[in-house]
Write a protein that binds this ligand. Structure first.
Ligand code: MSP
Length: 525
């Protein structure tokens, strides 16, 4: 069985989870679920990044040990993933003893290769971003170019990784494997960055203790990014479980936000080359969300709390919105109005109404029982069939590449076509004209199309898809549906009794002033 190993970044455990975190993880979930649908052996990894100066300082302030502190934070992430219906296979923590061992092992491999040496680091460091900067990177000589907070001067003994040695090898990698970095415009950014020249990277610190010790010198702890990136290897058995490692490594897809692409597309492959390990197949960087035109930030008080929006609007409504509203890969803007408008316009109207129409017509004309297919009568009967099958082919091509918005567009075009098919084939007229055989084919095609839609939407909206499957009386749980059941038209069994209509996506009203969400008075969909 083909494998598919997909990862999210591991999240800084002391950040309160926000929309941005929910975004990367939900995207990975959509891709993981789709790959399971394709019948692949999926391994989906997420977790928490728990070392570093920031955490050591925050724990101290609270009078806790760093370990007690991080232990107290992990459950919030796990709760959020449960709430968002994230089907991860493993949750890794950088404080896991196995991970500590893996990081030390890879450090030693690079060291033995001659790629790590002891020197002195003098420069600027942003503690919140855990990133090093040179003087010229800074804004106004003192602010971090990423988060705009004040940086600190560091001057200390440090181990360095010979990143400069890998400049040409990295450029070769980008040339030979054009798919390694996506989207394309991000790939160009990375190439330009590397072409400007790479400096050796400081990969250890001595001024704090909360980290993984350098195996040959316990005055030093390993730089958090060297530590964190290694999680992708730890989780698949590195260094001891070679069978598992051979099965899953290299990763098929690292999904990251644009801000951390450089770490994944430059540093990470260089570390791996040095350690003699294979390079992941692809790194995809998505864009950032702003909120009503502004950057999300604690000080502005506009951070979107994923727990809250899921509670208010529904998990699938939020999941759908994230990939429908903004082209995955580009930056986008969140607003409550846009969320409500997608829910009412596309979920309640386009999709919810489609289900209602089909169920009520099968109910009216065939007492709720799926008729048998009597062959094609018109060009439209042929077209609906072809579109269902070709939509699946397209999804198969684009979802594994993380083109999540394009894929949702394809699905929505199909939803639109099924609505159009019903309008044009007008079952009510066939009844009037006494064309009962033809009516069977049209009703069957409508129901069979819903079966396809249920499967197509499963990765994006797993619990709604489950409800759709119940309405269609599909025997299997949606998570067990497989693409091979959708290679031909006709999987829906004739004689099956459909369930009564149910409102899949209620129309809602949102009061901007109070933040209150209510069901709309005129219920449709
Ligand atoms: N701990 C590191 C990752 C180490 S991976 C080996 C880290 N963690 S993070 O918690 O700060 O960020 C995690 C993810 O959230 C990143 O992919 C980042 O791009 C994403 N987002 C954070 N804010 C975001 C938005 N406003 N919008 C979209 N995604 C954003 O980085």
């Amino acid at each position: 069985m083909e494998k598919f190993y997909i990862t999210t970044p591991i999240y800084y455990v002391n950040d309160k989870p926000h929309l941005g975190h929910a975004y990367t993880t939900t995207a990975a979930d959509v891709i993981a679920r789709f790959n399971r649908f394709l019948g692949k052996d999926v391994f989906f990894l997420t977790g928490t990044d728990e070392h570093g100066q920031k955490i050591e300082e925050a724990a101290k302030k609270r009078g806790m040990t760093p370990k007690e502190f991080v232990d107290s934070l992990v459950p919030t992430f796990k709760k959020l993933w449960e709430k968002l219906n994230i089907s991860y296979d493993h949750f890794i923590r950088t404080t896991d003893p196995k991970h500590v061992k893996a990081v030390q092992e890879i450090f030693m491999r690079c060291y033995e290769r001659g790629d790590i040496y002891l020197g002195e680091y003098e420069g600027w460091y942003c503690i919140p971003c855990e990133s090093y900067y040179t003087e010229k990177d800074l804004i106004e000589g003192k602010l971090c170019p990423m988060c705009k907070r004040e940086v600190v001067k560091v001057k200390e003994e440090s181990y360095f990784f010979r990143l400069s040695k890998y400049q040409d090898k990295l450029l070769e990698l980008y040339q030979e494997r054009p798919d390694f970095i996506a989207p394309e415009f991000r790939r160009n950014e990375v190439i330009n960055f590397v072409k400007q020249g790479l400096k050796d990277l400081s990969i250890s610190r001595t001024s704090f203790k909360w980290g993984i010790p350098v195996p040959i010198n316990d005055k030093h702890v390993i730089y958090v990014w060297f530590d964190a990136l290694t999680n992708y290897l730890t989780a698949v058995g590195y260094p001891d479980d070679t069978q598992r490692l051979n099965r899953y490594w290299p990763a098929d897809l690292h999904l990251v936000g644009k801000d951390i692409l450089r770490f994944h597309a430059v540093y990470w492959p260089a570390f791996l080359m040095s350690a003699g390990l294979e390079i992941p197949k692809r790194v995809f960087a998505h864009g950032w969300w702003t909120v009503e035109g502004e950057k999300m930030s604690k000080s502005k008080g506009n951070v979107v709390d994923p727990f809250e929006i899921v509670e208010k609007f529904g998990v699938d409504q939020v999941r759908f919105f994230l990939f429908r509203e903004v082209s995955f890969g580009l930056d986008g803007d969140f607003s409550y109005e846009k969320l409500v408008s997608r829910i009412n316009g596309e979920l309640a109207n386009d999709l919810g109404n489609l289900f209602n129409r089909v169920l009520s017509m099968v109910n009216k004309y065939r007492s709720g029982v799926v008729p048998s297919y009597k062959g094609e009568f018109t060009e439209l009967d042929r077209e609906i069939k072809e579109r269902a099958l070709s939509t699946l082919n397209k999804l198969e091509d684009i979802i594994p590449k993380a083109e999540l918005t394009r894929a949702l567009d394809e699905i929505w075009q199909f939803v639109g076509f099924v609505n159009y098919y019903i309008d044009r084939r007008a079952p009510w007229s066939l009844r009037k004209e006494g064309k009962e055989e033809e009516l069977d084919t049209v009703l069957y095609s409508m129901v069979e199309s819903l079966r396809f839609i249920t499967a197509f939407l499963y990765p994006y909206m797993p619990s709604s898809s489950e409800k759709m499957a119940e309405l269609l009386s599909l025997k299997k749980e949606v998570s067990q549906l497989r693409a091979q059941e959708f290679r031909t038209w006709g999987g829906m069994k004739a004689g099956v009794e459909l369930k009564k209509r149910e409102i899949l996506f209620p129309r809602i009203e949102y009061d901007k002033e109070t933040g209150e969400v209510k069901l709309a008075k005129t219920k449709k969909g």
